[in-house]
Write a protein that binds this ligand. Structure first.
Ligand code: MTE
Length: 325
């Protein structure tokens, strides 16, 4: 007997848009676009549809959904897509959580990714070529923000190790530093000149090639939405969320430990390692528990966010370092 077990993010058929409604909606959009709109309710409808119509089609949409890698699973339910995509940290678009709408203005094609620094040869990669070369898979990961909320997301993407292999770093390189795009036209947050733009963050080469380090290109079975860091973002689930840098345009290999964005803003509160540890409080709040996005339930936080078996060995000789801030 064939039993179909729906994946956490799969929507039941009854929730999908009925085809006749879909076609009706398309016809309405066309007719509204053709002439002046008199009805206020129709005008409201047009605004929402217009946004959808304006969005350029993602040239990699055909790649999703990708096959799930069952090695990375969760022991708690996935966060609802609607919740995870409307409560976001992306300071380039503002220092609050409701940036999803604004982020839609970000242009994500053409998009190039530079690989430079201590590598055999610098490279400039087109995102669409890169995605088609990489081994895409889906992983269910926890995400624990330093602000003590968390979510559980089906990310699609590829192991960061594949990118490090492609980059061919010199043996003297010890870190990889990532940088977010800066576009003053679409990112109003960049005008807040007290922040040290561009947003950067880094990992040691050992961390970047650890099997958990994942470069995200999709979420919930589709290309990753702009507010979550399209077209390429990091997921390092054993670390606080600020390490998971969004909308990456550059990977620089270096022998110098970088000062990440939040460390540069407030070094007494945020550090390079930022590994999750419920026993090490943030200077202003406890890290012992976390609030699940969506249900609002509070649950205990786990050392390395529950991923100790994968990563604890990376830190065994670093006792003198501030590993948990
Ligand atoms: N990357 C950039 N470029 N800018 C940011 O403000 N915020 C970080 C991280 N990556 C941030 C970023 C923080 S603090 C968190 S918790 C996560 O993104 C939030 O990811 P989410 O919006 O997908 O939940």
């Amino acid at each position: 007997m064939l039993i179909k077990i729906p994946r956490g993010w799969e929507r039941p058929e009854r929730e999908a848009t009925d085809e006749s409604h879909f076609l009706q909606r398309r016809r309405l959009v066309k007719s509204l676009a053709a002439g002046p709109v008199l009805l206020a309710s129709a005008a409201t409808f047009l605004t929402a549809c217009e946004e959808e119509a304006k969005a350029e089609p993602d040239p990699t949409a055909d790649l999703y959904p990708v096959k799930q890698n069952l090695r990375y699973r969760l022991d708690r339910p996935l966060t609802d897509e609607a919740e995870a995509t409307k409560y976001n940290n992306f300071y380039e678009f503002g220092s609050h959580k409701q940036i999803a709408k604004r982020a839609q203005a970000m242009k994500i094609r053409p998009w190039q990714v530079r690989i430079d620094g201590m590598v055999e040869q610098e490279q400039l990669l087109d995102i669409d070529d890169l995605l088609r070369r990489m081994p895409l898979e889906e992983r269910l990961y926890r995400h624990r923000c330093v602000e003590a909320w968390s979510m559980d997301v089906p990310w699609s993407g590829f192991p960061m190790k594949a990118l490090v292999d492609l980059a061919r770093p010199l043996s003297s390189a010890r870190y990889v530093v990532m940088e977010t795009a800066t576009d003053e036209e679409t990112m109003p947050g960049l005008a807040q000149s007290w922040y040290p733009w561009p947003y950067i963050d880094g990992l040691t080469i050992e961390e970047a090639t650890n099997e958990l380090a994942f470069l995200v290109t999709g979420a919930y079975g589709k290309p990753v939405p702009k507010q979550m860091g399209a077209p390429l973002r990091l997921a390092v689930p054993w670390k606080y969320g600020f390490k998971s840098i969004k909308s990456i345009v550059r990977f620089t290999f270096t022998d110098k430990r970088p000062l990440n964005f939040w460390e540069a803003v407030q070094g007494a509160e945020y550090g390079f390692w930022a590994n999750v540890n419920p026993e090490v409080s943030h200077p202003r709040w406890s890290q012992a528990s976390e609030r699940l996005l969506g249900s609002g339930e509070r649950v205990p936080t786990r050392l390395y966010n529950g991923y100790g078996e994968f990563v604890a060995h990376l830190y065994k000789d670093l006792a003198g370092e501030k590993l948990f801030m």
